[in-house]
Design a protein around this ligand. Structure first.
Ligand code: ZN
Length: 338
């Protein structure tokens, strides 16, 4: 049984290519963080090596060992920690891909296929990607590469063009809510909140279920955005400085915060448009209904969403973080209290 939830289209596509004998050497699994790309990749690795009647059976020795990460022919490659700083490196380096290249040329040790899962195809350094391309151009038999990526546009086009693309889509909130209640015995109220906040990414909901601090961070951040909307430049520039410092350690975290800020504005738009049930932060709806937001026009709200998205793009393209963030703070509209 496929463990990944709700990815019926992707599963149908993969099953039919297996039946037709049209297996590709490389698949690019594209979807937002925590949407289920790794779960789907493990399902594919099991399907390729399953010895049961109905792959992936989940019960044969191969399936069990892929699940526990102990199957010799399935390897996952992602960012590793820097030995000096103890922090995760910014990219997947050439040494790691050279190891993949060497291992790929050996026959499978115990299964039918050797499977390499590249967890973050957009994180391959240029050298690593070029090294990997050589393997992709002349793939050894019995090898399947599964590349996971948030956005196809962030992956080197020469890598993308050698892969079959598989979209891993966010799920509707009702589907996540039902799964949390049925499979994980979460209470109905918490399941509804987690399902909305997850934005279709079950993996996030499952993490937040066990880590109340994740939920609290969301609530605290929404409160910070609410305060910033009404504040002058001083607190805004302080926030820009804070984010710029954070950017040195973890650019992904800053993108995440800006993404949440964009959602805060989107929720405001939903509430203003009379569609609060489409809000992500459903527990914030009452606060967003207040009359103080009446001073904002719809185009100011949509403009803020676009401005936040543009800042994420600028930072990704190596803009100066402090300048990009300060420019953002200057341009976001200010709510004037009634
Ligand atoms: Zn099996």
């Amino acid at each position: 049984m496929w463990q990944v939830l709700g990815q019926d289209k992707a599963i149908r596509f993969l099953e039919s290519s297996l039946k037709r004998g049209g297996l590709a050497h490389a698949y690019l699994l594209v979807g937002p963080p925590h949407v289920g790309k790794m779960t789907l990749a493990c399902d594919i690795a099991k399907t390729l090596n399953c010895t049961g009647d109905n792959p992936p059976c989940g019960q044969c020795p191969a399936c069990v060992r892929v699940t526990s990460g102990k199957y010799a022919d399935v390897a996952s490659v992602g960012r590793v920690k820097d030995e000096k700083s103890g922090r995760l490196k910014r990219d997947i380096g050439i040494d790691q891909m050279r190891d993949v290249q060497k291992a790929a040329h050996l026959p499978p040790y115990e299964g039918k296929f050797k499977v390499f899962i590249i967890d973050g195809a957009e994180l391959l350094s240029t050298d690593a990607a070029n090294c990997f391309l050589k393997t992709l151009e002349e793939p050894p038999p019995h090898i399947v590469f599964l590349l996971l990526a948030g956005k196809e546009s962030d992956v080197l086009p020469t890598v993308v063009s050698r892969c079959q693309r598989v979209e891993v889509r966010p799920l509707p909130p009702e589907r996540i809510e039902a799964a949390l209640v049925d499979r994980w015995a979460v209470g109905p109220a918490q399941a509804r909140l987690l399902a909305h906040l997850s934005q279709g990414c079950l993996g996030w909901a499952l993490q937040a279920k066990d880590k109340p601090e994740l939920l609290q961070q969301r609530v605290d951040m929404a409160e910070r955005f609410r305060q910033l909307a009404g504040s002058g430049y001083e607190p805004r520039f302080a926030f820009a400085a804070e984010l710029a410092t954070q950017h040195e350690q973890s650019p992904e975290q800053v993108s995440h915060v800006l993404g949440l800020w964009g959602l805060w504005w989107r929720d405001l738009l939903m509430v203003r448009g009379g569609c609060p049930r489409w809000s992500v932060n459903i527990e914030q709806v009452d606060k967003l209904s207040k009359s103080e937001y009446a001073s904002l026009s719809t185009s100011q709200i949509t403009g803020s969403i676009r401005r936040l998205e543009a800042t994420v793009q600028h930072l990704r393209r190596n803009a100066n973080p402090r300048l990009a963030l300060e420019a953002l703070m200057l341009e976001l509209p200010r709510v004037t209290s009634a």
